[in-house]
Ligand binder design. Structure first.
Ligand SMILES: [Zn+2]
Length: 75
């Protein structure tokens, strides 16, 4: 098997890469593809940012609820 993958294969691997469900071999294939394909490299960067944001967003979610609650108690 060649160590080159197509753009559609790279796209399919990105979610696993930014998550945790990707093998070392897949990681290397995707990284190699991204080093030769700026298009997929951009998609990978965006996916990484998106993943980081959703991860943090989940932890800080209750903020809005607390605000609404304290406002209710004041009234
Ligand atoms: Zn590509």
């Amino acid at each position: 098997m060649s160590d080159r993958i197509s753009c559609s294969m790279a796209e399919e691997m990105i979610p696993a890469y930014v998550g945790v469900g990707c093998t070392d071999k897949e990681k290397k294939l995707l990284e190699k593809h991204c080093s030769e394909c700026p298009d997929c490299a951009g998609k990978l960067i965006r996916a990484k940012k998106l993943y980081a944001n959703t991860d943090q967003g989940r932890e800080e979610e209750p903020e809005a609820d607390e605000e609404a609650l304290s406002r209710k108690t004041e009234e």
